[in-house]
Design a protein around this ligand. Structure first.
Ligand SMILES: Nc1nc2c(c(=O)[nH]1)N[C@@H](CN(C=O)c1ccc(C(=O)N[C@@H](CCC(=O)O)C(=O)O)cc1)CN2
Ligand SMILES: NCC(=O)N[C@@H]1O[C@H](COP(=O)([O-])[O-])[C@@H](O)[C@H]1O
Length: 222
């Protein structure tokens, strides 16, 4: 993890400011199809996109998210909970696997495991998660299904800085998506993911360019 680089504003006036290398080194964690990951990979092909995806990690084998990384020539790693004696050991192994790539940011993009205290301490303020609902409504593994079952007319997506709770961390960005009368979980999730991809790519760019501060529940990007 890097402090400010010469072409970025000084952190002297903002002691809690988090900054990245230029380009920012990003590890992406996935458990599934990896379309959010793909959006980041596609963005990094633009010459002025200030991010390098340095590795992709997963908690399981055989997923399209890992295949996308391999096709892009990006290093991958898999750390399965079941291969470790305890959840704490898995958390340490995941932390170390990420650390080998010296990330400025770790982005959870459909990563379906809760991380523990070692991971959170190492990546304090630097671990982001994209969630397919407007938090604090509908946290957890089934944000789209829960919103539909509740009958809301508007849901959306949230990008936040992960803390020790489940989808409770300080919010970076949100965008609303209308629920249509004929929506099922799959159709609504597809429309949300289209918005999530754009929000993730745009917000990670802002973080890389400007840095950010986390103070209590507030995240600010200058
Ligand atoms: N400490 C945290 N870790 C993670 C968070 C978080 O908010 N705090 N967000 C997730 C992603 N997530 C929803 O956004 C989420 C992922 C997983 C679970 C969960 O209960 N998982 C179970 C196992 C599920 C399975 O493998 O089928 C578990 O971890 O044991 C809830 C919410 C990223 N990590
Ligand atoms: N609680 C975490 C969660 O539900 N994550 C969600 O998984 C999807 C991943 O899509 P992808 O595999 O196509 O990128 C995204 O909608 C993401 O928000």
């Amino acid at each position: 993890m890097n402090p400010s680089t010469p072409d970025q504003p000084s952190t002297a006036a903002h002691p809690n400011r988090l900054t990245t290398a230029n380009p920012a080194r990003v590890v992406v964690l996935v458990s599934g199809s990896g379309t959010l990951l793909q959006a980041l990979l596609d963005a990094t092909r633009e010459p002025d996109y200030p991010v390098e995806v340095v590795a992709v990690g997963a908690d399981r084998d055989g997923i399209e998210g890992l295949a996308r990384a391999e096709r892009a020539g990006i290093p991958t790693f898999v750390r399965k909970v079941g291969d470790h004696a305890s959840r704490e050991e898995w958390d340490r192994a995941l932390t170390e696997a990420c650390a080998e790539h010296e990330p400025d940011l770790v982005v959870s993009a459909g990563f379906m495991k809760l991380v523990g205290s070692e991971f959170l301490a190492r990546y304090d303020g630097r671990y982001l998660n994209s969630h397919p609902a407007l938090l604090p409504s509908f946290p957890g593994m089934h944000g789209v299904r829960d919103a539909l079952e509740c009958g809301v007319r508007v849901t959306g997506c949230t990008l936040f800085v992960v803390d020790a709770g489940v989808d409770t961390g300080p919010i970076l960005a949100q965008e609303a998506v209308e629920v249509l009368p004929d929506d099922d979980e799959a159709s609504l999730h597809e429309r949300i993911k289209a918005v999530e991809r754009r929000l993730l790519v745009g917000t990670v760019k802002k973080l890389a360019l400007h840095g950010w501060t986390v103070q209590g529940r507030k995240v600010s990007i200058p």
